[in-house]
Design a protein around this ligand. Sequence first.
Ligand SMILES: [Zn+2]
Length: 310
Amino acid sequence: MSGTGTLTAGKIRGYFEVPGTEVAIPYTDVRGAADGPTLLLSGGVHGGEYPGIAAAIEIASRLDPQELHGRVIVLHLTNPPAFWGKMQYWNPLDGKNLNRCFPGDPLGSASERMAARVIEVLREANYWIDLHGGDIHEELVPFTIFSDRGSEQVRSTTEAMARAYGIPRIIRSSSVAGGSYAAAAELGIPAILPESGQVGQLDPAAQAIHVQGVLDVLHLLGFLEGDPTPHAASTLYTRFVWSRAAQRGFWRAKVHPGDMMRPGDVGGILHDAYGDLLEEVRAAEGGEVLFTASSFAIGEDDPLFAVAAP
Ligand SMILES: [Zn+2]
């Protein structure tokens, strides 16, 4: 555990500059009056997932150093080029998805350099909460995803964080390569990726889910005194199967987040510019739909919907 030691309690605001780019990530470093571990909180790895960005800003504002045991480093907006470019997933500087670039490369493309800078900050931390949601063209019901990797202690702490966050669906996933929580697991750092919000809306209710979740995890881990809010037990999913477009087309979803699907059920269709059917897209596995693409325009290999199952 890295404590705050002799650091003065208070809040430091600044920018983490990303060498070799014009990118500067706004942060608040909240240093508690009492000793304790360090947690990294990031919003806006995806620039169109607004409630997570707003929640990071709110947490940085609300945390009181006098009440904090340890240190919370908040990245308010981790991917400024994507945010200001109003991009879903993609960083306009290099066309890459930042959440497929971890642990990054300090000599790589812009996104790879940004990922490496975030990991440099993460190395000062003992825990990571990476706030996400449905992107500009994604409908979504809230869920929290985390890695199945790491030591028994890392895995049990990670699952306890996911349960304390309070979203009723949690997914223990064999990690996506380049994802934030996978990179953290490789470093032995418990990390969760909660998703709340959808379709480019700054929804206060979705923001509140993130804020309450972060506070509950801070209580669980001893950063704040008192217990997390009691929640009904979350449903644990271990299968998370994405269906993607085999070709470019006009997308019409037939299912929505929260719907149940059986294997082979049609999740939607792709048609061409004349309305002629290109493809019926079917579920490879049954389960609960957690997100669907809401965009009419779909490119080859774009995600269309995802189903989670025990
Ligand atoms: Zn995201």
